[in-house]
Design a protein around this ligand. Structure first.
Ligand SMILES: Nc1nc2c(ncn2[C@@H]2O[C@H](COP(=O)(O)OP(=O)(O)O[C@H]3O[C@H](CO)[C@@H](O)[C@H](O)[C@@H]3O)[C@@H](O)[C@H]2O)c(=O)[nH]1
Length: 366
């Protein structure tokens, strides 16, 4: 298989775990309306719709979206063409492993040889063709029985991402850039991240995993046997979902599988060369918005902003007009029930004020 090949990939399924609440993007993103349901780039599409569209040329209608009970109606509304079998509704959040594992168990029953690519619902990718070429390489390696990830060249010493240490190059037909993975390190401190960056040996973990469905279930049997047997039981009898789901281990795929499997030499990485952003906070959102009005990036209706001698990001979402004068690197997010004013430097800390609101009895705003 060549990386230049186009068209759908035989037996390839897309899984999209769509959970998490994106608290650093509060008050735009709320637990009832998380960031994947929002258009955060001004494209007219939500991040979820963009993700589905990016993968459709590879997997066509072989798609499974795993989302929470609260978000399922909005997901259906945004994706009216979604087949009845393409939505997996979870009774409560359990992190990514139960969602991806159950999707794998269900898909394996439908298609024993399925290869699955699991991709977050809430990331922005600029160069779709290059992304799909990386997925094709990842599939070629996944066919050999490895758990494969796509790693992103780090742009800075970010502490909000996991890092993947590259191992030796692999010799797999159709995957000329494939490497083994030495280890995964989840969200290091800034000094460690700087050292990783300087070494040139690390890639960002972008939460993308490609694997044979049967292989993932075997790995789960090995590393998370209790979870594996519960997930198989639910896939065998979906009526057991409400009974078994609450007891499933709440764990991310990185911790449950990627870290231990890398230590056992069972993980590979394709270094991706496309522009990727997880839109983690308002600062990164600002850099994604291309249109600047009088020096300000506006997410919403530009007629609702009057900004003089101002730089930063403004999201007018209340129907009110936002007027700023003489402020630099500001972030203003105006929604009907909550107004956030901060600056780009403190964008990451929005998470902690959200926590404060929650513990202060204003959980209804989160
Ligand atoms: N269905 C479902 N999906 C979930 C749930 N919890 C999380 N997810 C999904 O699992 C993925 C990762 O979860 P996050 O909670 O957003 O992880 P993170 O802290 O951002 O870290 C992960 O992603 C980073 C890249 O964005 C990585 O750098 C990091 O290493 C790790 O993989 C996202 O697609 C998220 O929607 C859940 O309960 N249910």
């Amino acid at each position: 298989m060549s990386t230049q090949e186009s068209g759908p990939i035989d037996g390839f399924w897309t899984v999209i775990p769509a959970g998490g609440s994106g608290t650093r993007l509060w008050p735009l993103s709320r637990s009832g309306s998380p960031k994947f349901l929002h258009d955060l780039t001004g494209s007219g599409w939500s991040l979820l719709q963009g993700t589905v569209d990016r993968l459709a040329p590879l997997s066509e209608d072989r798609l499974l979206i795993a989302t929470g009970l609260r978000h399922a109606p909005e997901v259906r509304q945004q994706l009216p063409e979604l087949g009845i079998d393409s939505l997996l509704v979870e009774p409560s959040p359990r992190e990514s492993m139960p969602a991806i594992g159950l999707a794998a168990a269900i898909i394996e029953q439908r298609d024993h040889d399925a290869i699955i690519g699991s991709f977050a619902a809430d990331h922005v990718i600029r160069d779709d063709e290059s992304f799909r070429a990386s997925v094709r390489e990842a599939v070629a390696v996944a066919r050999t029985g490895q758990l494969v990830t796509i790693g992103i060249e780090p742009k800075g010493p970010a502490t909000g991402f996991g890092y993947i240490k590259l191992g030796a190059t692999l010799d797999v037909e159709g995957a000329p850039t494939a490497h083994g993975v030495d280890s995964f390190v989840e969200k290091p401190d800034v000094d460690t991240a700087r050292a990783y960056l300087a070494s040139g040996e690390y890639r960002w973990n972008a939460g993308m995993f490609v694997f044979r469905a049967s292989m993932l279930l075997d790995m789960l049997d090995h590393y998370q046997p209790g979870l594996a047997s519960d997930l198989r039981a639910i896939a065998d009898n979906p009526l057991r979902l409400t009974e078994l789901w609450p007891r499933l281990t709440e764990i991310a795929i990185d911790k449950a599988l990627a870290e231990p499997a890398a230590a056992d030499g069972r993980v590979a990485v394709i270094p991706g060369h496309f522009d990727w952003d997880d839109v983690g906070d308002f600062d990164s959102l600002g850099s994604l918005l291309t249109e600047s009005i009088d020096g300000v990036k506006v997410l919403g209706d530009a007629r609702d902003v009057v900004a003089e001698d101002t730089t930063g990001v403004i999201a007018p979402r209340s129907g009110r007009v936002v007027v700023t004068l003489g402020v630099k690197d500001i972030i203003v997010v105006d929604t009907p029930d909550a107004l956030l004013v901060t600056n780009r430097e403190r964008a990451q800390d929005v998470k902690s004020v959200v926590q404060r609101l929650k513990s202060g009895g204003r959980g209804e705003l989160i």
